[in-house]
Ligand binder design. Sequence first.
Ligand SMILES: Cc1cc2nc3c(=O)[nH]c(=O)nc-3n(C[C@H](O)[C@H](O)[C@H](O)COP(=O)(O)O)c2cc1C
Length: 195
Amino acid sequence: MHNGLDEDPLALFRRWYEDAEAGSAAPEAAALATATPDGRPSVRMVLVKRVDERGFAYHTNLESRKGGELAANPRAALLFHWRELGRQVRIEGAVERVSEAEADEYFRTRPRESRLAAWASPQSRPVADRAELDGLYRQAEARFAGGDVPLPPHWGGFRVVPDVYEFWQHGENRLHDRVRYGRDGNGWRRERLAP
Ligand SMILES: Cc1cc2nc3c(=O)[nH]c(=O)nc-3n(C[C@H](O)[C@H](O)[C@H](O)COP(=O)(O)O)c2cc1C
């Protein structure tokens, strides 16, 4: 990372992501942190399915805990950790909903069983037991028997629009490299941080 630092953090992210695709078990898995408006944080894993100039998109139940927190406080942080490469990338920013068309396009790439589960599961709500969940799944199966399983109204995508990136590369003697990019007008300000 001493050389090869990009002006544009997205370009650097893409290069690191390519390395992760080649050398990491779960390149697209990231921890997503959200918070309530009074500042109580929560974190969970998501799969980041699309990365482009607009930001980092993932999909979920809009009525889930994270969905509720983002509706009330539309900011989030993402953390990718590629252990095999000794790298992490932190991303922070505002969050927006992806368009319904884009959510639909992604939803249709999911296996039928996953689409049925999206209909069946009241994500983040208590359920009595496994049997209740299995029953909800069977209801969804019956509802769409033999037909298309469309995008549920309670399901969609969010996009984290980065205003901060931090790239961390494991180094010798704990002298890791940390480089932070902060949005600065139309460009980015880059600074090195002590490890
Ligand atoms: C590797 C991994 C990837 C996951 N990807 C997603 C995802 O893309 N979308 C999602 O809604 N939940 C995903 N989950 C489940 C979430 O971590 C979480 O349990 C769920 O979204 C409910 O979170 P919430 O109650 O905070 O809203 C994933 C879990 C793991 C372990």
